[in-house]
Design a protein around this ligand. Structure first.
Ligand code: THU
Length: 137
């Protein structure tokens, strides 16, 4: 699949900073694993999310899905890149990958280690979710 349009260095820096800031707002009192996400929309807007846990654990929602759902609720459905900040630069879970795929054929994903934010791992949704489920092309 064709690589998505590259983002600028300035966009990359802003997005990483926004994901790190969002991580500070995480409600992760059960797992203690804070995650922040920042979504760069096609119109240049950045929409953020953090994980929001619940005492009924299954109601927890990941940072990536909070960002995507918030962007959609704000009228945005076209995305260029998503930065995710966590303690170990983890890759997004399967559920989040599928939710991303609902809106993007492909997407840059920037994985940020909150302890070493200058080292950003960049990959693509198409690599994380090959042969995705779709009803038709
Ligand atoms: N979490 C995310 O926010 N994003 C992911 O892609 C994986 C997991 C959150 C959910 C939960 O609050 C905590 O990390 C531990 O699983």
């Amino acid at each position: 699949m064709k690589r998505p349009e590259p983002i600028t260095e300035q966009q990359r820096k802003t997005l990483v900073a926004a994901a790190l800031a969002a991580r500070k707002r995480a409600h992760a009192k059960y797992s203690k694993f804070k995650v922040g996400a920042a979504l760069l929309c096609d119109d240049g807007e950045i929409v953020t999310g953090c994980n929001v846990e619940n005492v009924s654990y299954g109601l927890t929602i990941c940072a990536e899905r909070v960002a995507i759902q918030s962007a959609v609720a704000g009228g945005r459905q076209e995305f260029k890149a998503l930065a995710v900040a966590s303690a170990k630069a983890v890759t997004p879970c399967g559920a989040c990958r599928q939710v991303m795929a609902e809106f993007c054929r492909d997407l840059w994903i920037l994985l940020v280690d909150a302890r070493k934010p200058s080292q950003v791992r960049t990959l693509q949704l198409a690599d994380l979710l090959p042969d995705r489920f779709r009803l038709r092309d």
